[in-house]
Design a protein around this ligand. Structure first.
Ligand SMILES: [Zn+2]
Length: 96
């Protein structure tokens, strides 16, 4: 019997593997009676996958690159807003 308490390691999965695992878990869940104890490990793994997906989305946001139509680009949101919100020399946008 596998140790169901151990935290599920889903970090090593690719995005495709995660989506497929999630689909398979949902399918398994549909086959299990609502009062069955078999739901517990399935729900636990689904929760681990949801957490991992949320963390990956947060990471994607951190790694976002802001691009201006003038060709200026930065990963610093404050810098970008500074650029897009003001014209003139320095950090301002030359296209404005
Ligand atoms: Zn610009």
């Amino acid at each position: 019997m596998p140790n169901l308490i151990r935290p599920h390691d889903v970090r090593g999965l690719t995005a495709g593997e995660i989506q497929r695992t999630r689909r398979e878990l949902r399918a398994s869940l549909a086959l299990v009676r609502p009062d069955s104890p078999a739901r517990v490990p399935i729900l636990s793994l689904m929760s681990a996958i949801d957490t991992e997906l949320a963390e990956r989305r947060a990471l994607d946001r951190e790694q976002m690159i802001y691009l201006c139509s003038c060709g200026f680009g930065t990963d610093d949101q404050d810098w970008f807003e500074d650029h897009a919100g003001s014209a003139g020399p320095g950090r301002g946008c030359p296209a404005r």
